[in-house]
Design a protein. Structure first.
Length: 168
């Protein structure tokens, strides 16, 4: 029995995932590990994400377009008619995850570049926590493809921003 055979037998919903869904989640895992190691120096937290975002903004390394598509996706997913959607609660934002910052950015009340970068990365951080700590397994990873596709783009851009910022 291979590992994937075993997982398909014991992991709820894994068999139902398409190859594209499996790939997006696998890619997310590797991208997160790289992001956390390089950008956050193995100490993932909202505070570390906010500090990195501020540094990139100070260095003038990104524009409103850098995370624009992903921010638009998150706004459509988490805010409707000025109120937070059902999905927003499933991020499970904790007090130390800067929930007020995330809410302001999602509602469009704060559009400072460093705040936008921090908010989208904190959402990705919550995806990471919810995936690695089992919350996403409670609903068998259903409906997560777009989340992980957008998260993967954000992580790739953030790693590039960090590398450019460190090269001067």
């Amino acid at each position: 029995m291979t590992i994937i055979d075993w997982l398909e037998r014991y992991a709820p919903g894994l068999q139902a995932l398409s190859p594209q869904e499996r790939a997006a989640i696998t890619h997310f895992s590797f991208l997160w590990m790289l992001f956390e190691a390089r950008v956050l120096k193995t100490r993932a937290s909202a505070k570390a994400i906010i500090e990195a975002s501020r540094q990139w903004a100070e260095d003038g390394r990104f524009t409103s377009e850098t995370f624009g598509q992903e921010l638009a996706y998150f706004r459509a997913r988490y805010v409707a008619d000025g109120a937070f959607t059902y999905h927003f609660g499933h991020l499970h934002l904790r007090r130390n995850d800067a929930p007020d910052l995330v809410k302001r950015v999602l509602k469009g009340d704060d559009v400072a570049l460093e705040e936008v970068a921090a908010a989208v990365l904190i959402i990705v951080y919550r995806f990471r926590n919810n995936l690695f700590h089992g919350v996403k397994w409670s609903y068998e990873l259903e409906g997560q493809l777009e989340n992980f596709m957008h998260a993967n783009m954000i992580l790739m851009r953030a790693i590039k921003l960090h590398e450019r910022s460190n090269r001067g």
